[in-house]
Design a protein around this ligand. Structure first.
Ligand SMILES: *Cc1c(COP(=O)(O)O)cnc(C)c1O
Length: 361
C-alpha cells in the first residue's frame, strides 16, 4: 500500500500515481508548451460533455466555489434575478454568493431527501417573469442525491430563461450532453470525478452568454468574460496559472479518455457504490436516501446510536481510509464517497476494515 490514505470523500480524491507524477516538472506559463497544454485542457473539458459545438471552456484558478462565484458574478447582472433550486448545502451556498454580490435572488426549496421537481420550477417561472436565471445542483453532494437535470433544463428553456448547472460532483461521471440539453453554463472542478488534483474550477458556457456579460463582473479575478477573452487572444491565462494542476488535469483527462470516457467512469463508480452498499448493509448500516435517488458519487448513511463518528473515523483512518462527516440538518449521518481512482478491491478492503472496527474487542 502507498503511504497516501484512501480518500472516500467528495474531493480532493484519491488520484492515480501518473496524475501526481505529471506535476513533477516546471512550466513557463507563457511558453508554447504550456499554451498547448492549456489548449488540450480546454478542448478535453468540452469533449467530456459533448459541448464542442455549443460551448467554450473557461478554466479559473481556485476551488469549485470560486467558479460558482465567478459564474454568478459574470452571468447574473445587476438588473437580473436568480432563482436557486435547493435541496442541500451547495444550493444554499449559491444564494449566499448572490446575496454577497447584491444580486436579486430567490430560492425554491425541497427537503434534503427529495429531488427538485421540474413542474414546480415551471410554475415559479410562470408566476415571476422577472426571474432571468435558474441555478441547479446536479448531484447534491450534501446527501449524494441526483437531481433531474434534463427535466429542469427543459422547463427553464421552455420559459426562455438562462440555466446554470453546478455539476461539480457529477461532471465526467454522470451523463451530460450539451448538444441535447439546454444549459447556459456548466460548472465543475479539477478534483472530483475527473480525478485531477485541486486548484482549478471551470465553466462550460455558451459564447452568447459570455459576450452579453462583457464588463459585468464586479470582480476582476472572477470575470469569466475577461478570462475567456484572454484564452482566445493568445492561449494564455490572464494571471498566474496553477501550472502543475493544469498538467495533472490534462494527464487525468487522457486517462479518462483511455478508460472509455464518461460511460466507463460511471460503470466503475456504480460498481464501487454497489459493492460498498451491499457490504455496509450486511454490517447493519442504513442508507439515508431512497436508493433510486442515490447517485454513485457519495453515499450518506445513518449513524447508528451505538456509534460515535469521531472514534469510528479515527479507527478507519488508522487503517488507511478517510471517510467523511455528514452535512445534514435533519439526521445524524456520515458519508462514504465512491469516486476517485478506486475500484472494487479498494471497497472490499474498506468493508473488511469497517467490520474489524465494529467487532467487539
Ligand atoms: C465540491 C462541490 C462544490 C465546490 O466545493 P469546493 O470546496 O469549493 O471545491 C460545489 N458544489 C458541489 C455540488 C460540490 O460537490
Amino acid at each position: 500500500m502507498s503511504d497516501s490514505p484512501i480518500l472516500l470523500t467528495p474531493g480532493p480524491l484519491t488520484t492515480a500515481i501518473e496524475t501526481r507524477r505529471a506535476m513533477l516538472r516546471d512550466w513557463g506559463s507563457r511558453d508554447p508548451a504550456f499554451i498547448a497544454l492549456t489548449a488540450e485542457l480546454r478542448a478535453g473539458l468540452l469533449r467530456v460533455a459533448k459541448g464542442e459545438g455549443t460551448h467554450v471552456a473557461v478554466p479559473l484558478q481556485g476551488s469549485g466555489t470560486f467558479i460558482v462565484e465567478a459564474a454568478i458574478a459574470t452571468l447574473v447582472g445587476p438588473q437580473d434575478k436568480l432563482l436557486v433550486l435547493i435541496n442541500g448545502a451547495y444550493g444554499e451556498r449559491m444564494v449566499t454568493i448572490a446575496k454577497r454580490m447584491g444580486r436579486a435572488v430567490e430560492a425554491l426549496r425541497w427537503p434534503e431527501d427529495r429531488p427538485v421537481e421540474a413542474a414546480r420550477v415551471a410554475e415559479a417561472l410562470r408566476a415571476d417573469p422577472s426571474i432571468t436565471h435558474v441555478a441547479l445542483v446536479h448531484c447534491e453532494t450534501t446527501t449524494g442525491l441526483l437531481n433531474p437535470v434534463e427535466d429542469v433544463a427543459a422547463a427553464v428553456a421552455e420559459a426562455g430563461r438562462a440555466f446554470l448547472l453546478d455539476a461539480m460532483s457529477s461532471f465526467g461521471a454522470l451523463p451530460l450532453d450539451l448538444s441535447a440539453t439546454p444549459v447556459t453554463a456548466v460548472l465543475a472542478s479539477s478534483n472530483k470525478c475527473l480525478e485531477g488534483v485541486p486548484g482549478i474550477g471551470f465553466a462550460l458556457v455558451t459564447p452568447a452568454a459570455l459576450e452579453a456579460a462583457a464588463g459585468r463582473s464586479p470582480l476582476l479575478s472572477f470575470d469569466l468574460h475577461a478570462q475567456w477573452k484572454g484564452f482566445e487572444k493568445d492561449g494564455q491565462w490572464r494571471f498566474t496559472p496553477p501550472v502543475q494542476v493544469v498538467a495533472a488535469l490534462v494527464e487525468a483527462l487522457r486517462a479518462f479518455e483511455a478508460e472509455g470516457g464518461q460511460p466507463a467512469r460511471l460503470a466503475r463508480y456504480a460498481d464501487n457504490l454497489r459493492t460498498m452498499l451491499a457490504g455496509m448493509r450486511r454490517l447493519g448500516f442504513e442508507l439515508f436516501l431512497d436508493e433510486s435517488l442515490q447517485a454513485p458519487i457519495i453515499a450518506t448513511f445513518r449513524l447508528p446510536e451505538s456509534l460515535a463518528f469521531r472514534p469510528f473515523y479515527d479507527a478507519l483512518a488508522e487503517r488507511g481510509f478517510l471517510i467523511y462527516p455528514g452535512k445534514l440538518t435533519q439526521a445524524e449521518t456520515f458519508r462514504i464517497g465512491c469516486i476517485g481512482a478506486l475500484g472494487r478491491a479498494d471497497f472490499e478492503r474498506l468493508l473488511a476494515a469497517v467490520e474489524e472496527v465494529l467487532a467487539p474487542a
